[in-house]
Design a protein. Structure first.
Length: 298
């Protein structure tokens, strides 16, 4: 299939004030960190000072992040292809940085595991609910876009990927890292990388929020689809947290299931509140979304 025109040499040019293009500018400025430049020497020593049960908890968390980052790297391409076919050049330009950063996150957690000497198969840390999400729900929602380019399919994919996997599960994982290692002042290299990841992910979640708001503005019935999907997914975050506790009331770092579940629910509520605003916005207002409106930190 050919093209009707080349957008950037037409009168339209690039919409440099659009939210996706501004995200691209931020990604160029803040997303250039290099995982291999991080010093993990103290992490290696700190690891030896952790209790066995603490090592087990952190290794499980890292292994799930490692597999999750690999999954989102592999699964993003169908969305990029749909956006490209629609000729949304500013969005595609940003999505090139999105994929690059997910690949870099995959590299980062592998470096951490190598530093800790964790070279064995870690898939036993992938609990039943984790496998349901990352082995089934995420790839199925994204692969559907290969043959279904409808607004409904795009909204489902973004809800699963951006709102739930990134906006709820990953954010809850960061919460666990900060409540354990950061609270103890341990493993500064890992925590430095986590800080970079959080900033990258804020742009990714920001884009997903923008995309869903755009879709809802263009077709209001999409909102109910997003609400329904999040209601389906929400119980899985609770189950995943429960599996992470292995029946314990308190983690080896002093965290509780109640606190973690409450944090996850807070993230779900925050995502849905922001997405719901699209029902009262014009398309032009959505294009001009500010960073603060969708929680982009840098």
């Amino acid at each position: 299939m050919g093209r009707n025109e080349i957008i950037t040499t037409s009168k339209r040019g690039l919409r440099e004030d659009s939210f996706p293009y501004r995200l691209y500018q931020k990604a160029k400025k803040f997303g250039t960190w290099n995982p291999s430049d991080i010093d993990f020497s103290k992490d290696k020593e700190d690891w030896k000072t952790l209790l066995p049960e603490q090592q087990e908890q952190i290794l499980k968390l890292i292994s799930q992040f490692q597999a999750g980052e690999e999954a989102v790297t592999l699964d993003l391409l169908p969305l990029i292809m749909v956006i490209a076919k629609e000729g949304r050049i500013e969005e595609e330009i940003f999505l090139t940085t999105f994929l690059y950063e997910e690949a870099k996150h995959t590299e980062f957690f592998r470096i951490v595991l190598n530093t800790l000497g964790a070279k064995d198969d870690l898939s036993h840390y992938h609990t039943p609910t984790y496998r349901k999400i990352f082995y089934e729900i995420l790839p199925e929602a994204m692969e559907k876009l290969v043959h279904d380019h409808s607004p409904e399919a795009m909204a489902e994919a973004s809800t699963v990927y951006n709102m739930f996997v990134e906006g709820v599960l990953a954010e809850t994982g960061y919460f666990s890292f900060y409540n354990s290692l950061d609270a103890l002042g341990k493993m500064p290299g890992l925590m430095k990388g986590i800080g970079y990841l959080k900033k990258d992910e804020s742009r990714h979640i920001g884009y997903g929020t923008y995309l869903l708001q755009r879709l809802i503005c263009e077709k209001p019935s999409i909102y109910e689809l997003v609400v329904k999907k999040m209601q389906e997914l929400a119980p899985l975050s609770v189950k995943l947290n429960e599996e992470g506790m292995n029946g314990q009331e308190v983690t080896s770092f002093g965290g509780t299931l109640e606190d973690t579940v409450a944090f996850s629910q807070k993230q779900i509520n925050a995502r849905m509140e922001v997405i719901g605003r699209a029902r009262y916005k014009s398309l032009d207002e959505i294009y001009k979304t500010t960073d603060a409106e969708v929680g982009v930190t840098s």
